[in-house]
Design a protein around this ligand. Structure first.
Ligand SMILES: Cc1cc2nc3c(=O)[nH]c(=O)nc-3n(C[C@H](O)[C@H](O)[C@H](O)COP(=O)(O)OP(=O)(O)OC[C@H]3O[C@@H](n4cnc5c(N)ncnc54)[C@H](O)[C@@H]3O)c2cc1C
Length: 414
């Protein structure tokens, strides 16, 4: 029986395990934490075919610089003397062009739609519960500049075949009959969906274990054993696991591992926070992005999760309460009747989005090695793209034709 070892137990690693196990592989997942540490656990859970414009887009640099001046603002790059950060920044700048946006739209659309279809298939089998709902997504705005920007994005989306509807305040309110929404308008993406991230990780892990996937937790991979162009084993502080095929899905920590293979991977952790408001009396129905506040709201059963901020700050997971305050302050401008207080620091979750500089993931075989596949770099969309990533990884490992063209995801494209 062919075997595969996967480093990392986030959505990229676990969905790779899911599809490889289905193909008859003997699968081992090695996770250095307890599966609640990665970025896949406390995120906003939005499944977003609407997000066809990559993070590297015209205007982002100027906006970022403006935001960086305020301690409560949603975007921050911690100044550091780091060659990796400088290289990443230069590439981000280079790819913030209309031509890159134009090129990326069909690619992001195709991988998002593939992923959504795979989520639907999983939900329809009833194999596991991950809180699947298809209520769409509201992009809420308060001012004319954002309205203009969003109308342009809606136009791009409609042109690419992703339905986007521009709504006035009354139409927004009609979608949320139980909660007052105070906005100038919104773009509604009816094709978007949502999951409950912690439920997904917990139940997917249980399913994988039941299917015979071997799972090691609290075990960190610290190095590799090589023979020519083949990785023969992964090393932990206590020993090693033999390897036939290897998948690196270590999120924001992936560059630490690829460096040991002599590969410098441009990737930065984009720190974000979330917290839950429990037992909301009149909860929202449709997940929403509060655009000027750069914060999100996702209903999860009777609870409501708020998330936001993007701090490029290495792999530092510490919580900065000023930024959390920024999220809290923004919320009531959009939902004036929902009572939200500043949460205690211990109740705030932080996660690192694995951000590539051009906003496209890294999915593909690593050149120079016969048996190494990389799956990371999904930035703000790793959950959304999880099933498609897993499916593509399985096809790469097996050597099958992939479900879509993956040239744009080449890990060594820079
Ligand atoms: C606030 C916030 C909100 C978000 N909202 C959304 C959303 O609504 N929709 C969406 O699609 N995405 C969202 N994201 C992004 C999404 O969470 C990430 O893109 C995704 O979780 C990345 O998954 P991953 O498996 O690649 O990485 P991770 O989930 O980080 O998993 C990597 C795992 O590898 C492990 N690891 C690292 N190094 C080693 C090692 N040496 N040995 C063993 N294990 C190792 C880590 O412990 C970790 O568990 C959000 C992110 C944040 C921060």
């Amino acid at each position: 029986m062919s075997s595969v070892t996967i480093i990392g137990g986030g959505t990229s690693g676990l969905f790779s395990a899911y599809y490889l196990q289905k193909e008859g592989y003997k699968v081992t997942v090695v996770e250095r934490g307890n599966f609640a540490d990665g970025c896949s656990f406390g995120n906003a859970g939005m499944i977003v075919p609407s997000h066809i414009v990559p993070l590297a887009q015209p205007g982002m640099i100027a906006k970022g610089l403006q935001w960086m001046l305020k301690s409560t603002s949603p975007f921050y790059v911690k100044p550091r003397l780091s060659w990796d950060l400088m290289r990443w920044g230069m590439l981000f700048w280079k790819y913030s062009t209309p031509a890159h946006v134009e090129r990326s739209i069909p690619v992001l659309r195709d991988i998002s739609l593939l992923s959504k279809q795979l989520f639907q298939e999983m939900a329809s089998t009833g194999e596991i519960d991950f809180g699947w709902h298809e209520h769409g997504l509201l992009m809420l705005y308060k001012n004319a500049d954002t309205e203009h920007e969003m109308a342009e994005e809606a136009h791009l989306a409609n042109r690419a075949g992703i339905v986007a509807e521009i709504l006035n305040p009354q139409e927004v309110q009609a979608l949320e009959p139980n909660v007052k929404v105070s906005v100038r308008g919104a773009v509604y993406y009816p094709g978007d969906a949502q999951i409950i991230p912690h439920l997904l990780i917990k139940n997917l892990l249980k399913l994988l274990k039941n299917k015979g996937v071997q799972v090691f937790e609290n075990e960190e991979i610290i190095d590799f054993e090589k023979k020519g162009e083949t990785i023969t084993a992964v090393r932990t502080p206590n020993g090693q696991h033999p390897v036939q095929q290897l998948v690196i899905a270590a999120g924001a920590w992936s560059p630490i591992l690829t460096e040991k293979l002599g590969i410098s991977l441009p990737l930065q952790g984009g720190k974000g926070y979330s917290f839950m408001v429990e037992n909301v009396k009149n909860n929202i129905h449709v997940p929403a992005i509060m655009l000027e506040a750069r914060a999100t709201a996702t209903p999860m059963g009777g609870d409501l999760r708020f998330a936001g901020t993007l701090e490029v700050a290495g792999t530092d997971l510490r919580v900065n309460m000023n930024r959390v305050k920024g999220i809290v302050q923004g919320i009531n401008n959009y939902y004036p009747e929902i009572e939200v207080n500043l949460p205690q620091k211990e109740k705030v979750w932080s996660g690192l989005r694995p951000c590539s500089p051009d906003g496209l993931p890294y999915i593909g075989q690593v050149k120079g090695f016969e048996n190494v596949t990389l799956a990371t770099g999904h930035g703000m969309m790793g959950v959304s793209l999880g099933p498609a990533t897993g499916k593509l990884v399985s096809e790469i490992v097996i050597g099958k034709t992939t479900s879509m063209d993956i040239a744009s995801f080449n890990p060594q494209r820079f």
